[in-house]
Design a protein around this ligand. Sequence first.
Ligand SMILES: C[S@@+](CC[C@H](N)C(=O)[O-])C[C@H]1O[C@@H](n2cnc3c(N)ncnc32)[C@H](O)[C@@H]1O
Length: 424
Amino acid sequence: MNATLTLVNDQNTVLSYLDEARKHHTQAALAKYLDIDVRTIRRWETRQTPPPAYLAHALQQLLPFGNDSPAGAFDFIDLFAGIGGLRNAFEQVGGRCVYTSEWDSYAQKTYAENFRDRHPIAGDITQVDAADIPDHDVLLAGFPCQPFSIAGVSKKNALGKKHGFACETQGTLFFDVARIIEAKRPRAFLLENVKNLVSHDQGRTFDVIRRTLTHDLGYHIHYRVIDGAHFVPQHRERILIAGFREPVAFDFDALPLPPKGSHTLKDILHRTDGSEPVLQWDEGRFFDHKKKKVQDKYTLTDNLWRYLQNYAEKHRLKGNGFGFGLVKPADVARTLSARYYKDGSEILVYQGTRKNPRRLTPRECARLMGYPDTFRIPVSDTRAYKQFGNSVVVDVMSHVAKLMQPMLEPGILETEAPLRYATR
Ligand SMILES: C[S@@+](CC[C@H](N)C(=O)[O-])C[C@H]1O[C@@H](n2cnc3c(N)ncnc32)[C@H](O)[C@@H]1O
């Protein structure tokens, strides 16, 4: 992969959004929106310093409704979109989202608040006819990890059947993804799921997925389990499956992975030393800037804290380990789950001996998942915790997107001789 080319492309993307946004907004308005100094905008505009790539989507939101990505970009679709973690990453490398499917109305609300689209958000993907999905270069899907019940089923001839994967579709949304790949033949896809997908049902589930994508659909796939802790202070192991219609020189091992633990929670916790940025869109919801502290509502009640300690003690005596994860700024958190809203037990922030620990605020959860502070949280805390707990570590996805990007733009595959047949 040509790293310099990728970097230039990222900068070009964010710069083109900046220039386009400036046609519609003053420097002062942009500075206010991004919550930065107006001089920074000036330095970007005069190309003294480059704007960071993660601002691409925030800047894109400022463009007239339904604005297209710059020329040379590729088109992608965002399935099981959640709040757009995968989209965020692929926009950073110049992609344009042409279709979205997400059936949860609260996730749709967060998504719509953060991504302005010409296209409406489609609902239940199982009800969508693939012919109604626009052509695209890349398919993105973090399909839900439902219990799979496809052990040992031979996939032979499945594609020849009238309704595609009819024998195996029951409750398995993966086959909706496969159905769409089969019909639309994108040049590439990126699928994301929990690490356990690989070992589920003694590896048979993953085997069916792998064979469906390679043998039945003819794609060249690469997969790797990556821990978010390389980029954010959170252990979050997820499997990524990148597939290409043509054989290409893609190699997950080329991902630059900083050592785990280089990011600790102090990077994402609200700062109480006066340096916490004031985000107008949060309006003091999570952090009290006058008192320089996290809002009291995030501190556990005595009842809940006592319950969690008793519960943990009970399990410790049974030899089951602790039930909660108490963290300090120098730590790396456990995986944020979609059930964090219940008691927050997997990540509790230590607040000294005289105060009960607290939950992370939704803004801290956003940061823990690699979302920039420009990301809007228009739903209740409960919904927000679920949405971030279901999402992806954006930084992991942007690095994967960067790695895939040279193979995504139309024309590249047609003009380059296949370098390596790299199916694993
Ligand atoms: C694991 S989450 C993916 C999150 C996403 N990658 C993100 O970054 O936020 C799976 C999402 O699929 C959605 N979903 C589940 N079944 C669906 C269906 N049949 N049609 C459309 N969306 C569905 C869920 O509501 C959930 O938001």
